[in-house]
Ligand binder design. Sequence first.
Ligand code: FES
Length: 169
Amino acid sequence: MAAGACSQEMVDMVEQPEVDFRALDDLILERFAGDKENLIMILQAINKEYNYLPRPALNYVSTRLDVPLSQIYGIATFYSMFSLVPRGRNIITICLGTACHVRGGERIKERLESNLGIAAGATTQDMRFTLETVRCIGCCSLGPVVTVNDKVYARTDSEKTVKVLEEYE
Ligand code: FES
């Protein structure tokens, strides 16, 4: 499942966090001049702050920018960089594009699913990791490739990846 893909039922089940509305005002009105043309950048900033898009924040953006909530959810579900459910402190992304797949990407995925006790697309209960897959990140000659947050691990394998995860709290 892509990061941004989830049903309305899943969103409804999520316990919503405290949202700092004053900080949201600063973001919307000062940093992005209250301009609805900047909606995607505003959502990116919120996603970065909370690691996902909390519903109260989206409601507030909708009101402040006078943009229908349905339009905001449309954007939030279209782009895989957005998530409507909480994600872990560390995002592991395993490339399963053809080049990485033939070099063992699938084996890495199975090993991490087993080690973390979650399926791809899910988050560990302690919120330490979210495990995701992707269909190519554009460095196929370096496959198999795994990223953790912004860091790329090239020509990796199951053992190396499991070891690398120890560095992330
Ligand atoms: S297939 Fe993995 S980076 Fe392109």
